[in-house]
Design a protein around this ligand. Structure first.
Ligand code: HC0
Ligand code: SF4
Length: 565
């Protein structure tokens, strides 16, 4: 600890690792492209340079504060270097901002404005390299890559997957997917965390917007939408409303743009809670296939298929809420409406790019038609609303459609890390101990990447673990396999903070944004009337009407699946 002087202002530092963090703490921003507070420091882009007395120009991300240091963040020399860095990057960049999905969210675009870059002294790049559109989830445009390496680091450090890497050196340096293959052929789990950290439009979601417009405009199609838990506290950010609950406005907007029915994925999350909790209780009674792992994150499921085939029997056979709802709509609700599965077009709004991949898994079809036809990310949904001229901020709130209208707070919790576990615990305690009302399970909450606790539920002493980020999941799996840790159930979500931090959520997708979204998820739960899945009366009626009850042979057929290595 000590004090440094930044721009004449004395600032104390304690545990900050670099000058950049000290400055930002004091309310002085320094531009960065290759820096991310949650990843290792690369010091590659040189945009964060500052001038330090007796040390000259230094990168503030990789220079530690030393007591007595005198730093200038905005001197003439500093700005000259920054402008040159920006000009060099722009010279080698496809600058078609008007057609770029990242326009408005791009840091290179922002800094070019901030630093008044008007005319480039360097010729612009002539040859364009082909885009990689092979993946259902992620599109990569190499012409917009600035080689910051954040995608390389997030995939390696947070997910332990390591799909992206540098190739060649010097001016021929590029970033490629493993073995220089198309992304779809790699071990990519589709989580989109590389999109979330990419400062430019080099990585974006594989948009389903035009496909959805086409279905809405097709008179033969009944278009149905479901909305996941996490987008409801993030979509408002796209319209300047902050991380507040905008569920009712999203429903209104979807009706306005032409959806025939609008449902809540939370209804299906309650369904998942009931099916999965009973599967868990059954395995506990038999003492088999424990610990049970959750199955709702398709990033995690693909990771397990590729790297832990020995665990596939432990993963819950439940389909994710997205796919349970798709199955209900295409197998049952279609019949009720008297239409064929191929004449219904099911769209889901998800915080997630991996859900695009999940929807196209061959397991999840009905009579040759996908149970979920298209997945829009939160960002893509907002784009459609803007395109339709909807003034989102001013929309009134609407309710979801019947007969699958009710939802419980526990289902909403699915959107934050720990939420699936909390829902299961609420269901199990409600069932075994006949408890009424809401029970909050505090240990599962919060943004730590690993949370473990032992709870007494009736005669059962249950050790439960919640992880987010697959590197954290990998560490936990190693402890379980070595016998160091004995657990009964594990919730795994690939993204930091769970789905609130998904790869399809608005920028800035940083820890502050994730915490704000998660906080509102818990606020929604407290405001709702029902808090455990078994209290959802619409759901109980649907279970009765379609399958003669829950957790039986027929629900197993329609709502569960099997995973293969
Ligand atoms: Fe999630 Fe889900 S909670 S995975 O994070 O389980 O995407 O929001 O929709 O399916 O419900 C994502 C979010 C979902 C599903 C639910 C689960
Ligand atoms: Fe998708 Fe959620 Fe899994 Fe991230 S944690 S990959 S948003 S399901």
């Amino acid at each position: 600890s000590g004090k440094i002087i930044i721009n004449g202002q004395e600032i104390e530092f304690t545990c900050e690792k670099n000058i950049l963090a000290v400055a930002r703490k004091a309310g002085i921003d320094i531009p960065t492209l290759c820096y991310h507070p949650e990843l290792t420091v690369a010091g590659a882009c040189r945009l964060c340079v500052v001038e330090i007395e007796r040390m000259g120009i230094q990168a503030s991300c990789s220079t530690a504060p030393v007591d007595g240091m005198v730093v200038y963040t905005n001197s003439e020399r500093v700005n000259k270097v920054r402008k040159m860095v920006l000009e060099l990057l722009l010279a080698n960049h496809n600058r078609e901002c008007t057609t770029c999905d990242a326009s408005g969210a791009c840091k290179l675009q922002k800094y070019a404005h901030d630093y008044s870059i008007k005319r480039l002294r360097y010729p612009s790049r002539q040859e364009m390299a082909p885009m990689d559109t092979s993946s259902l989830s992620i599109v990569r445009d190499p012409n917009k890559c600035i080689l910051c390496g954040l995608c390389v680091r997030v995939c390696k450090e947070k997910q332990g997957v390591g799909v992206w890497d540098f190739k060649n050196r010097g001016s021929r340096t590029e970033i490629v997917a493993a073995m220089d293959q198309p992304l779809a052929e790699s071990a990519c789990i589709n989580c989109g965390q590389c999109i979330a950290v990419c400062p430019t439009g080099a990585l974006t979601s594989n948009s389903s917007v035009s496909e959805v417009w086409a279905a809405i405009r097709d008179p033969r199609k009944t278009v149905v939408c479901q909305i996941a838990p996490a987008p409801r506290t993030a979509l408002g950010e796209e319209f300047g409303l902050g991380s507040v609950d905008v569920t009712g406005k999203i429903v209104s907007a979807l009706r306005k743009i032409g959806f025939d029915r609008v449902f809540d994925t939370v209804f299906a999350a309650d369904m998942t809670t009931i099916e999965e909790s009973n599967e868990f209780l059954d395995r506990l009674a038999k003492g088999e296939k424990l610990p049970i792992f959750t199955s709702c994150c398709p990033g995690w499921v693909k990771y397990a298929e590729q790297f832990h085939p020995e665990l596939l029997d432990n993963i819950s056979t439940c389909r994710s809420p997205q796919q349970m709802f798709g199955s209900v709509l295409k197998k049952k609700y279609c019949q009720e409406l008297g239409i064929k599965p191929e004449d219904m077009f099911v769209v889901s709004i998800m915080p997630c790019t991996a859900k695009k991949y999940e929807a196209k898994r061959p397991e999840f079809t009905t009579a040759g038609s996908y149970d979920v036809d298209a997945v829009l990310t939160t960002v893509e949904a907002a784009q459609m609303f803007r395109e339709a001229g909807i003034i989102f901020e001013q929309l009134p709130e609407s309710d979801f459609d019947e007969p699958m209208q009710q939802a419980t707070g526990s289902g909403v919790l699915f959107g934050a890390t720990g939420g699936v576990m909390e829902s299961v615990v609420r269901y199990v305690t409600g069932k075994l101990l006949k408890t009424e009302g809401r029970i909050d399970i505090e240990f599962v909450r919060g943004m730590a990447d690993t949370k473990i606790a032992t709870l007494n539920v009736g005669d059962n002493k249950l050790t439960l673990a919640v992880v987010n980020g697959l590197a954290a999941a990998e560490a936990l799996i190693e402890k379980i396999k070595s016998g160091e840790l004995e657990v009964h159930a594990v919730e795994v979500m690939a993204c930091p903070g769970g789905c609130v931090g998904g790869g399809g959520q608005p920028f800035q997708n940083d820890s502050a944004a994730r915490s704000a979204r998660a906080k509102e998820i818990y606020n929604i739960d407290t405001r709702m009337v029902l808090h455990k899945a078994q209290d959802n009366q619409d759901l109980n009626k649907i279970f009765e009407k379609y399958w003669g009850g829950c957790c039986n042979h027929d629900t197993h057929h329609d709502l569960h699946t099997h995973y293969h290595p």
